[in-house]
Ligand binder design. Structure first.
Ligand code: NAP
Length: 483
């Protein structure tokens, strides 16, 4: 096949796309990556304790099971090494242009014209955006943040040059990142102060090492890993992915019971327990998975502050009760701007249509992969997909196969283009918003799932429905044009 394909982003999804498209015969493909290494999330997040809360044998490419995982939930550095190894093994690394931040994408004639911050340009018939969801750090708007005298950094931009041993460290936030940081830091630092705006439910899942005997078995019998992956997928789907999209389900209630019992059993002091008790249902916010958070926050070095942050001062954080919490280092575990996707890339589609205008209120895409008016531009883990519900590797792989089917319908992508129809995208979005009203995410909390209207920006149906939707494109929902 002759058509050139550009992939933007060399994270988990971009690497998978390059491999699958290469296998399908798209040999002229290139990945543009703004950083100097691949791995996306697993390159950016290097904070102490970083790990994936999807079991490693599930968070693996279907075409590259990994007998070497060391833990049920392996550390971030191991995941990054895995992605690097898979990219090397499949000849992808050499196709990545590193240090090339894409700034512009414009459709002229039948090609996408790309430009980068360092002055490169390229063109291709097909572009796949694999720029990630939880990617652009959200910095809090707190008075005086710039006045802090010590080091201050975001959890996804960890400054490893700062020595934390014996230091007084303040961490703002209680999401998955902060909880993992807490477990890793309390024994290392002199004093650990966690600033909690909203309590989180914690699902206690142990993270034992995978034994050498099991790893030997997986090396000898890769089929055992496939069986394990299927088993983990079934458990994850029934116990979590399908539970969160049906607030009244037994599985959702079960999650609540486990989390409630965990808090009850783990925190003896009623005062602290009350502070840690979330005022909303479990999994309304993205459920935090941790076997050790409650033990960590009760460590002698740790302190939980629930008074509202008033401002940052050179010596620490002043809370609304007038107390100055003195710290030497400040970590902002304050999450990500989840509505960005391809942005800030300037994307201009057919007839001068600007993606930023189309997404001015909020981003959306038909089935999360195609935006009307932007032919032959596809998104992986785009708006309103099952982010946070399931293994994003599985999600991306299914989206890639779906895109490949669409491209297969084109024959020659240089002479034809495909894009979701506007009416199909509108219908999908209306159904999605309606179904979102039944999810656990709208049961009374603030979270990164919710868009500006308070509607969850996520896939609100079961994983089976997602798999069915991705199995084969409904061609009547697409416009095919000969260019
Ligand atoms: P997050 O879940 O969005 O949490 C951000 C935290 O910062 C929240 O506790 C939030 O408080 C707090 N915050 C934000 N602005 C604040 C302000 N101005 N003042 C005080 N507190 C403020 O971010 P995250 O922990 O980085 O996690 C994001 C997602 O990434 C997770 O939900 C998960 O899907 C994924 N993730 C997964 C793992 C894993 O696999 N284990 C690890 C890390 C991240 P409120 O709750 O009050 O808004």
């Amino acid at each position: 096949m002759s058509a050139r394909v550009i992939i933007i982003g060399a994270g988990m999804a971009g690497v998978a796309a390059a491999i699958r498209l290469g296998q399908a015969g798209y040999e002229d493909l290139v990945i543009y990556e703004k950083a100097d290494g691949l791995g996306g999330t697993w390159r950016d997040n290097t904070y102490p304790g970083v790990a994936c809360d999807v079991p490693s044998h599930l968070y693996s490419y279907s075409f590259a099971p990994n007998p070497e995982w060391t833990h049920v939930f392996s550390p971030g550095a191991e995941i990054r090494s895995y992605l690097e190894r898979v990219a090397d093994d499949h000849g992808v690394t050499g196709r990545i242009v590193f240090g090339a931040e894409v700034t512009g994408l414009e459709r002229r004639g039948n090609l996408w014209h790309l430009s980068t911050a360092d002055g490169r340009s390229d063109q291709a018939a097909v572009v796949i955006g694999a720029t990630g969801v939880l990617h652009q750090p959200a910095y809090p708007d707190i008075d005086g943040l710039g006045d802090f005298a010590g080091p201050v950094f975001h959890s996804a931009r960890w400054d490893h040059g700062v020595n934390l041993d014996g230091a007084r460290v303040g961490v703002i936030g209680t999401g998955s990142s902060a909880v993992q940081i807490t477990g890793a830091l309390v024994k290392r630092v002199g004093e650990y102060v966690l600033f909690q705006r909203t309590a989180q439910w914690i699902l206690p899942v142990p993270n034992p090492p995978i034994s050498e005997a099991d790893r030997t078995r997986y090396r000898a019998e890769p089929g055992a890993m496939v069986a394990l992956k299927d088993e983990l997928a079934a458990q994850f789907t029934a116990g979590f992915a399908d539970a969160v999209v049906d607030a009244e389900s037994e599985a959702a209630r079960h999650l609540e019971e486990i989390c409630g019992a965990h808090l009850e059993a783990s925190v003896a002091d009623p005062g602290l327990r009350a502070k840690l008790l979330p005022p909303y249902r479990a999994a309304c916010k993205r459920l935090v998975v941790s076997p050790d958070f409650y033990a960590a926050i009760q460590a002698p070095s740790a302190r939980l502050v629930t008074a509202a942050i008033e401002r940052v001062e050179p010596g620490g954080i002043r809370t609304a009760d007038g107390v100055l919490h003195e710290v030497d280092v400040l970590v902002l575990a304050t999450g990500f701007r989840v509505d960005r996707f391809l942005r800030p890339i300037s994307v201009t589609g057919s007839g001068g249509l600007e993606l930023d205008q189309v997404w001015a209120k909020r981003p959306s895409a038909y089935l999360s992969v195609s935006v009307p008016g932007f032919p032959n531009l596809f998104l992986l883990n785009g708006p309103n997909g099952p982010v946070g519900n399931f293994s994003l590797i599985d999600v991306a792989e299914r989206q890639i196969d779906y895109i490949l089917q669409l491209l297969g319908r084109l024959g020659d992508p240089e002479a034809a283009a495909v894009c979701a129809r506007a009416d199909a995208a509108e219908r999908f979005e209306a159904e999605r918003v309606e179904a979102a009203g039944r999810t656990i995410w709208v049961t009374g909390c603030r979270s990164w799932y919710l868009d500006d209207r308070g509607v969850p920006a996520a896939w609100p149906w079961t994983m089976q429905r997602f798999q069915e939707a991705m199995a084969e494109p409904a061609l009547e929902d697409f416009e095919f044009e000969t260019t």
